[in-house]
Design a protein around this ligand. Structure first.
Ligand SMILES: Cc1cc2nc3c(=O)[nH]c(=O)nc-3n(C[C@H](O)[C@H](O)[C@H](O)COP(=O)(O)OP(=O)(O)OC[C@H]3O[C@@H](n4cnc5c(N)ncnc54)[C@H](O)[C@@H]3O)c2cc1C
Length: 477
């Protein structure tokens, strides 16, 4: 039996960063991965592929250039799925190499196979499953460690009555194996993944109907941002259906028929089901180690240090449930390992977490929304800046977006930032830092920003907020 300081199960962002953190401080680390490639869903089927496809859709549709030069630059007529997937495949391969090199550089022993607990300190690896070519040793291997980090991630939830066939009916994994660009698609699920893929396919000229069970898109967003997203998606050509859900999905030879609770019947060439994800806990033998699960999910229950009910076993990433993002998974993995080994370093994951949504247009948010301020009884004010009034916004042809600041009335402390438009997911970090450091509008007003930049919208929004507070409107800028 091989003995390590730490065993990590799963090579996604939570596992990779947790393992590297321990190895950096000279701990011996084994990582078990059952997939053919390292990197988890982040690299192979989730974050990176979907973001690459978004870039490809923007490029082939000429969407941004069209706004600039008033010409339809659309290249999509002759577009093949190969063209569309080409860049995605290249970036995914580079990312797999990056993860492999990171593991090698940190002397982390990568063991291919499926891990399950034998007891609270011992893990068995079934090498007959998983593994890449040339790694056909098979059999089982037993590992022991002082600490174990479970980072097994999640998988798409597949309702049992849906005829997933990877040809007409897809989920977010199988959509990457699509063999054609369809003419039409029903996307079921108004969550982040559903909205992102619905925008990508709409930009490619696919007739998309997006079905959301709620009365607005992404209800956790500031309502104004959600409303602007709806407008922009509709103007891209997407059809949106709210407050409805499918009761039956059937495939015919080359069509999908979706019967809705409202009685409406939708027909399209394909359907993409984006009906949530579930934590990957099955088959891990958690009961043999005494690890407790949450009631909802179920996911692995952890405390603020990412310790499970068995103190030397930690869990991080999608396997513990919300917020199930690559960005937070990495930090959870690092914090878990620092706590396990008592490194006086990353002690917590910040409470203020940014949210990046790669719809077209892009959205990002951090902190309080207007609605959450009302619920909490916080006396707040807002300030806005439009991309259309920003020089860089004009240069790049982004004229529909805006940046919105939510701040406390009495001391001007920044509470929330909401951005819809180009580079929103980068822009949000400026506001996030101000919120994290308990800064306010003065921090933004007193800073000098490069010009011309989109970041200047922060200053414009701060002035707008001060104007709103004073009861008169200052001219933006
Ligand atoms: C379509 C899509 C788009 C997304 N977009 C974004 C985004 O834009 N930004 C963002 O931050 N997040 C995004 N996410 C979420 C993000 O990908 C996940 O939150 C993140 O990958 C979770 O990391 P993880 O390490 O917990 O798990 P994973 O990345 O799922 O990795 C888990 C690994 O564990 C392995 N494993 C599982 N069970 C075992 C076992 N028993 N033995 C050995 N190995 C095992 C799996 O093979 C896998 O490689 C997206 C997700 C999807 C599906």
């Amino acid at each position: 039996m091989k003995k390590f300081d730490l065993i990590v199960i799963g090579s996604g962002p939570a596992g990779e960063k947790g393992a590297a953190q321990a190895a950096y401080f000279k701990k011996s680390v084994a990582m078990v991965e059952r997939g053919r490639s390292v990197g988890g869903i982040f690299v192979n089927t989730g974050t990176i592929p979907s973001k690459c496809l978004r870039e490809a859709a923007l490029y082939y549709s000429g969407l941004l250039q069209r706004g600039l030069y008033g010409i339809d630059y659309s290249l999509r007529e002759g577009l093949t799925v190969r063209d569309f997937m080409h860049r995605k495949d290249a970036v995914v391969n580079l990312e797999r190499d990056r993860v492999s090199h990171n593991l090698l550089a940190h002397h982390i022993e990568l063991i291919r196979g499926t891990a399950s607990f034998v007891d609270a300190h011992t893990v068995q690896v079934d090498r007959s499953e998983g593994g890449n070519e040339g790694d056909a040793r098979g059999g089982t291997e037993t590992l022991a460690a002082d600490y174990i980090l479970v980072a097994t991630g999640s998988q798409p939830y597949r309702p049992p009555d849906i005829p997933f066939d990877g040809h007409l009916v897809f989920d977010s994994d199988t959509v990457l194996e699509m063999d054609r660009i369809p003419k039409s698609m029903v996307v079921v699920g108004g969550g982040v993944i559903g909205c992102e893929y619905a925008s990508i396919f709409t930009a490619l000229g696919v007739q998309v109907i997006l079905v959301a069970g709620s009365d607005r898109l992404l209800p956790f967003l500031d309502a104004e941002i959600s409303a602007r997203l709806k407008d922009r998606l509709e103007s891209l050509g997407m059809q949106l259906i709210f407050n409805d859900r499918p009761t039956k999905i059937e495939t015919q030879s080359d069509r999908v028929r979706v019967a809705m609770r409202s009685g409406q019947v939708l027909e399209a060439e394909t359907a993409l089901m984006s009906t949530g994800r579930k934590a990957l806990v099955a088959g891990l033998g958690l009961e043999k180690a005494g690890i407790a699960l949450t009631e909802r999910g179920p996911a692995i229950a952890v405390n603020e240090h990412y310790q499970t009910s068995v103190p030397h076993i930690y869990a991080a990433g999608d396997v513990i449930g919300f917020p199930a993002l690559g960005s937070t998974s990495m930090e959870q993995g690092r914090v878990a390992v620092c706590h396990a080994f008592g490194f006086r370093y990353k002690q917590r994951v910040p409470e203020t977490l940014p949210l990046g949504i790669y719809t077209i247009p892009e959205i990002s948010a951090v902190g309080e929304t207007e609605e959450s301020c009302k619920t909490k009884g916080i006396a707040y004010e807002v300030g806005r800046a439009q991309y259309a009034n920003n020089t860089r916004g004009q240069m790049i042809g982004e004229t529909h977006g805006f940046l919105k600041l939510v701040f406390r009335r009495d001391d001007l402390r920044l509470l929330g930032v909401h951005v819809i438009g180009e580079n929103a997911t980068d822009l949000v970090h400026i506001g996030m830092m101000v919120i994290e450091r308990e800064g306010g509008l003065d921090t933004l007003v007193d800073s000098v920003f490069n010009a011309p930049t989109l970041s200047e919208m922060y200053k414009a929004a701060a002035y707008d907020g001060l104007g709103n507070l004073a009861g008169f409107k200052l001219k933006e800028g």
